[in-house]
Design a protein around this ligand. Structure first.
Ligand SMILES: *[C@@H]1O[C@H](CO)[C@@H](O)[C@H](O)[C@H]1NC(C)=O
Ligand SMILES: *[C@@H]1O[C@H](CO)[C@@H](O)[C@H](O)[C@H]1NC(C)=O
Ligand SMILES: *[C@@H]1O[C@H](CO)[C@@H](O)[C@H](O)[C@H]1NC(C)=O
Ligand SMILES: *[C@@H]1O[C@H](CO)[C@@H](O)[C@H](O)[C@H]1NC(C)=O
Length: 435
């Protein structure tokens, strides 16, 4: 209907040109109109996870009811998949992985579950692990081929490490804080007694194929080394190693470390750049629709391959339309509800809904927004495999482009163009309702 009326305008315009070729009322802009106008109709999310109606595959006059089997809780959580906005088109891979769908590795004292390329093929640059340790529980001494970045979700964790020069490190981090271990640096993690529940945290690795089940563990190595070699290595008798574990421990119970625990004094000193960062103590930047905190190698020097933006978005507000020039984005949703549309060029676009505990993924350069679709604060992390955080704001781009050029593309009013902010808004508030 809308398309038809736009076509009518076009034909009327063409006819008038035909009748009066030199008409001075035909502006240059009008003579360049080549395609129909986009519909004015909104494409709101049609229901949310708390709706009581059975969700149906219906948007306006399109679609119809589901009469076969239906997983109602899944459909309630994913309205923009069952009844997508009609602006979605083409093929964009899956960009949502709830950690609740991952295999969970249950151990005495904790658990760990992961998202990697095996479950979300688009996520080639980064993989994530969600790990839980009870008070005193230890993720054993280990190393791996990728860099490890972490964000504490709850509780406190004491970490230990040494570097290639024999400098060592011991540090404790709490909810909202980070740690970072470069590839190959051996380390351990242990929940402290600061929180009676111990700790839970998020780990992000700079390789989409990373598997938490393929790390190099102290106990696994020694269980696969001839005993006489171990004895020779430590210059002692084989009997000294009578009681080492026959297989890996991975996560196991332990006694919580004391607050004043110290690492042995290293003749090589402590590591030049600390492996932890108290991001929780960094003030957030206040924005019209929420807050943002960015931490990358400028503030946390050892974090040379991971940058994070911790974002909050108030109900009705939105992380503005933007993209990241060359960095894929790995998202983790901590609180609230969101929808994101990934624009992948060539007319391809797909919309996903997210809940707490979900992982999202947005390839480099894909245009996107993150809208709060719930009525509580949306809290999420944008994580990038880069040393310096970067983004391009659509609104700022248009504000800093010659207005005539913007008008020639979008045919929006001069007033609107003049009102565009020349600095990034990052998170915009709801539109003030017009009477
Ligand atoms: C621009 O919008 C006006 C209505 O505001 C319309 O009359 C005109 O045809 C449009 N021009 C182009 C080039 O689309
Ligand atoms: C959704 O958006 C499309 C494209 O802008 C529009 O044609 C349609 O009418 C909108 N509303 C619904 C309910 O589909
Ligand atoms: C649904 O209810 C839960 C619990 O009250 C709340 O956390 C969540 O934000 C709600 N979802 C939406 C989309 O409002
Ligand atoms: C949350 O929002 C939904 C609609 O999005 C509404 O039905 C519900 O009443 C709201 N709940 C609260 C506590 O505001």
């Amino acid at each position: 209907m809308v398309k038809l009326s736009a076509a009518c305008v076009f034909f009327a315009f063409a006819a008038s040109v035909g009748a009066a070729p030199a008409s001075p009322s035909v502006s240059a802009a009008e003579s360049e109109a080549t395609v129909a106008f986009a519909s004015d109709d909104p494409n709101y999310t049609l229901w949310n996870e708390n709706s009581t109606n059975t969700p149906e595959a219906i948007r306006g006059s399109l679609g119809t009811t589901v009469i076969g089997p239906q997983n109602v809780p899944i459909d309630l959580e994913n309205p923009n998949l069952l009844a997508p906005p009609t602006t979605d088109a083409g093929t964009i891979g899956n960009a949502k992985w709830p950690m609740g769908l991952s295999h969970n590795r249950l151990q005495t004292g904790g658990w760990a579950r992961q998202q990697n390329e095996a479950v979300m093929s688009m996520a080639t640059e980064m993989a994530g692990v969600n790990m839980r340790l009870e008070v005193g529980a230890i993720r054993e001494l280990h190393w791996h081929k990728t860099d490890e970045w972490a964000y504490i979700l709850k509780g406190s964790v004491q970490v230990s490490a040494i570097d290639q020069n024999g400098a060592n490190y011991l540090g404790t981090v709490s909810a909202g804080d980070l740690w970072y271990f470069p590839a190959g640096i051996p380390h351990s993690l242990q929940a402290t007694a600061d929180d009676p529940d111990g700790s839970e945290f998020l780990l992000v690795f700079d390789d989409g194929a990373f598997s938490e089940d393929a790390t190099f563990l102290l106990t696994d190595w020694l269980a696969h080394t001839p005993k006489e070699v171990i004895a020779k290595n430590f210059q002692t008798d084989i009997s000294a190693f009578d009681h080492i574990p026959a297989e890996q421990l991975y996560i196991f119970p332990g006694v919580a470390p004391s607050d004043d625990a110290q690492a042995p004094v290293s003749p090589q000193g402590t590591v030049p750049q600390p492996y932890t960062f108290k991001m929780s103590q960094l003030p957030a930047t206040q924005l019209s629709g929420g807050t943002v905190k960015v931490v990358d190698s400028r503030t946390f020097p050892v974090s040379v391959n991971t940058a994070v933006a911790e974002v909050t978005v108030e109900p009705g507000a939105m992380r503005e339309l933007h993209w990241h020039p060359t960095q894929d984005e790995w998202d983790y949703f901590i609180g609230g509800n969101a929808r994101i549309t990934l624009f992948g060029s060539t007319g391809n676009a797909r919309t996903f809904d997210y809940q707490p505990g979900d992982v999202g993924y947005i390839p480099a350069s894909y245009g996107h927004y993150v809208e709060n679709t719930g009525n509580t604060t949306l809290h999420f992390l944008e994580i990038f495999k880069t040393n310096i955080y970067q983004d391009i704001s659509l609104s700022q781009w248009l504000a800093l482009t010659p207005p005539a050029l913007v008008k020639a593309h979008l045919n929006i009013s001069d007033e609107l163009i003049a009102s565009l902010s020349r600095s990034k808004q990052v998170v915009v508030g709801p539109v003030a309702s017009s009477s």
